[in-house]
Design a protein around this ligand. Sequence first.
Ligand SMILES: Nc1ncnc2c1ncn2[C@@H]1O[C@H](COP(=O)(O)OP(=O)(O)OP(=O)(O)O)[C@@H](O)[C@H]1O
Ligand SMILES: [Mg+2]
Length: 366
Amino acid sequence: MNMAHELGGIEWQGVSKRYGQHTVIPDFHLSIAAGEFIALLGPSGCGKSTLLRMLAGLEPVSSGRITIGGRDVTDLAPGQRGIAMVFQQYALYPHMTVRDNMAFGLRNIRMDEAEIGRRVDGAAQMLELQALLERKPVQLSGGQRQRVAIGRAVVKEPLAFLFDEPLSNLDAALRTRTRLELARLHKRLGATMLFVTHDQVEAMTLANRIAVMNQGRIEQFAAPMDLYDRPATRFVAGFVGSPAMNFLPVRRAPDQDGRCVVTLSNGATVRTAVAAIPAGGNLELELGLRPDALTPAPDGQLQGTVEVIERLGDRTLLHVQLADGLLVVADAPRHGEPALGSTIALRMDLQRAHLFDADGAAHHPA
Ligand SMILES: Nc1ncnc2c1ncn2[C@@H]1O[C@H](COP(=O)(O)OP(=O)(O)OP(=O)(O)O)[C@@H](O)[C@H]1O
Ligand SMILES: [Mg+2]
């Protein structure tokens, strides 16, 4: 059985979106099982909000179909799709109390008042809003307002929740707290949740699967740690992980023992743990190393100058300028960090080095 046919499952089938001559989404396919927590992660302008708005019915598709729970909703009005959306701008009615804001959508569809009361009280309890029900939005903090906006979605008892950057107006501490509340809410309700963000920490901590997007396309759809450990493309490798992966231009040398061998720009030749790539194709590759796979050592294969020392508390990062001008980020040892401006050697942990083709395809250590 198609997982997207369960109640709350979502499927985009060849969905495209054009504005005049400009194609924003070329041909989008994605299938989400009921109850999943999915993040759409990608840089600004890659089409995340557009996809959510088409799913919610706020924006027509140019072509393709969208199903929710196996039902084709492509031509249905937003209110008939069984979903609720929470935006970055909470858009509460300023003259109404919290209780009336939450009840508004239900009164609009003439739901029985007793049922409305039951749902509002239930959502208020879940989101710890009971003490605030008689207040107006202006009497709330930003985080409380966003909780009311989430409550307004919860009372609809939708099959799926759509969140478009709901935390980006909150300060750092509140973001973290609200993030945990969303995780708890998902656990309690078990509803499908689709979360749009350009913040990878949000995506990694909340979602069970993440679709990394680039220019209206999915680069990779996988579990958070798979994206980190086995990024399918150079784009994903560079986007997921903070600080970002280092990329060094290298040239292929003859394979050894079934492993790829590459020559660095300083002439050093190293054997990676990547299985030999079939001969032919481009000789120019990029070697990808996360900062913690690059550490100072007297016999390191790379030489450079320490330009910046960044102390983050739990780790210290060295920004090192290599002889060929390239800037790389490496982890400093816990004790005895090198001096600013000193010349150091960096050892590459080749067991953890990735290789990327000129077309962006990734090759991982075996
Ligand atoms: N009404 C419109 N007319 C023309 N182009 C539009 C329209 N709405 C969006 N776009 C374009 O579509 C692309 C995708 O926009 P979208 O809002 O989906 O991006 P996003 O991934 O949500 O970005 P952000 O992270 O900044 O919110 C952008 O290039 C944007 O300029
Ligand atoms: Mg957006």
